[in-house]
Ligand binder design. Structure first.
Ligand SMILES: [Zn+2]
Length: 450
């Protein structure tokens, strides 16, 4: 008897822990006593005691999820030996890595145990977890995970899943592994980088279509392609960099020029794509995980501590506190200036970081002038206080990159200006609101007239 139910007991133990201690063995035996087949009994126990298991699709995966269930087809599978750490274990262990996909996207996975299937098989994985690895979500299959092959699954076939879907730039995100798209080259430059100790040439730049812009990197040569070229890329890999998707053209990516006939049918031209981005509402920016090279405008509602003159480590550029770098200890710091402000346009708010050159422009004082203020004042917060007085309430437009962070959107400004033509519109709006105010005295606007 016990031999027959051994596989079910083993699986239950892996999923739920000690069966005797938790009383689950008694529950299981009760079901068997009612002549429930062992496999069904196991399923029923798992349903009952499996905890708050979340059944998710690939597109719903985020970092740091626990106890999730997911079903997907193996697109890619490889294994490598991990050398044992000294004194920890005797033999090298194997790590299985690959790509799992369903109809909503694909995700990289790693598993410390051998998987029951191979490329093309559909796996049901329970009690898996996720973590961030190189800025991407990775599905982790551990000792406690249950993995089984799903025959006759409704997950699309391999041929369909491994096709890289054609996408507009704005729809490309962290859940994409490989995409195809048509875009024009807005920027392009060559540089040399060290890859595993070898000097390599890479091309980097910006692609644009009628929806958005994204950075790209080419690890292959792009003959005949330059700024202004309309190109089709098929099988480009998406990697995440600083919370932003970036398009990687690798050796398996097909890159071709779009012919004049096809170019006429596109919803954009180089001229239209190269135009300065229109001002977006902050709520629109907040509705996406990240946006590359966008513009918005709003009022500075607060200037955050940490703005003003800061000192950076000469080795790693980290902000130095009291002459000490977190990594390099006591260092002779380099002075820098930055502003961290909250910008609000009535539809939403976001943190904006202005690096030195922009900080100097919008503050109207150079780093040296700010230093003078710091030295001439007894308060060590003189520059911060001055910045607060000067900037709070000001209306500013910013252009740069936005990404969702722990505390909402954070925006790194690459340029900033006062939108002149907007001032007239805003003045009219303000007058209208004040006019209304006289009638119903329901003035609730957030405009500071002082
Ligand atoms: Zn340092």
């Amino acid at each position: 008897m016990d031999e027959k139910i051994a596989p079910q007991l083993e699986e239950l133990t892996r999923a739920l822990g000690d069966l005797e201690k938790t009383g689950i063995r008694t529950e299981f035996d009760k079901l068997l006593a009612y002549r429930v087949p062992p496999e069904l009994a196991k399923e029923s126990i798992l349903r009952k005691f499996g905890g708050k298991r979340k059944i998710l699709k690939v597109k719903d995966l985020s970092a740091s999820l626990k106890n999730i269930e997911i079903t997907g087809r193996i697109l890619d599978l490889g294994e490598k030996a991990i050398r044992p750490q000294e004194g920890v274990q005797e033999s090298p262990s194997r790590l299985y890595t690959g790509v799992l996909a369903d109809e909503t996207g694909s995700v990289m996975f790693s598993s410390w145990k051998e998987l029951p299937g191979s490329i093309g098989d559909v796996l049901n994985i329970r009690n898996a977890y996720t973590r961030l690895w190189q800025n991407r979500i990775r599905l982790s299959i551990g000792e406690q995970s249950l993995v089984s092959i799903v025959p006759n699954s409704s997950i699309p076939p391999l041929s369909e899943l491994s096709e890289s879907p054609a996408k507009k730039l704005i729809d490309i995100g962290a859940a994409d592994f490989s995409v195809s798209t048509v875009a024009c080259v807005l920027q392009l430059s060559h540089r040399e980088v060290l890859v595993r100790g070898k000097q390599s040439k890479v091309i980097s730049g910006v692609l644009a279509d009628e929806t958005s812009r994204l950075p790209f990197t080419a690890w292959v040569e792009l003959p005949g392609i330059d700024i202004g070229s309309l190109i089709r890329v098929e099988g480009a890999q998406i990697r995440m960099f600083r919370g932003m998707p970036s398009i990687n053209l690798v050796s398996s990516t097909r890159v071709s020029l779009v012919g004049p006939e096809e170019a006429e049918k596109l919803a954009f031209t180089f001229e239209s794509a190269a135009k300065e981005p229109a001002l977006l509402k902050i709520e629109e920016i907040a509705s996406r995980d990240s946006m590359f090279d966008v513009a918005t405008a709003g009022n500075v509602v607060s200037v955050r501590p940490g703005s003003g003159i800061i000192t950076r480590c000469p080795e790693c550029s980290r902000v130095v506190q009291k002459g000490n770098c977190r990594v390099h200890g006591k260092v002779e710091g380099i002075r820098d200036m930055r502003i961290k402000a909250v910008l609000d346009d009535g539809t939403g708010a976001m943190f904006v970081m202005f690096p030195r050159e922009l900080a100097e422009t919008i503050y109207g004082k150079t780093l040296e002038e700010a230093e003078q203020l710091m030295f001439s004042d007894i308060s060590k917060d003189a520059v911060y206080e001055d910045l607060r007085r000067f900037l709070t309430g000001r209306y500013l437009a910013v252009r740069g990159n936005a990404s969702q962070g722990e505390y909402g959107i954070s925006f790194v400004a690459e340029s900033s200006w006062v939108p002149e033509d907007d001032l007239a519109v805003r003045a009219v709006e303000l007058l209208q609101r004040l006019g209304q105010d006289e009638e119903d005295s329901g003035f609730e606007g957030g405009i500071n007239l002082a």
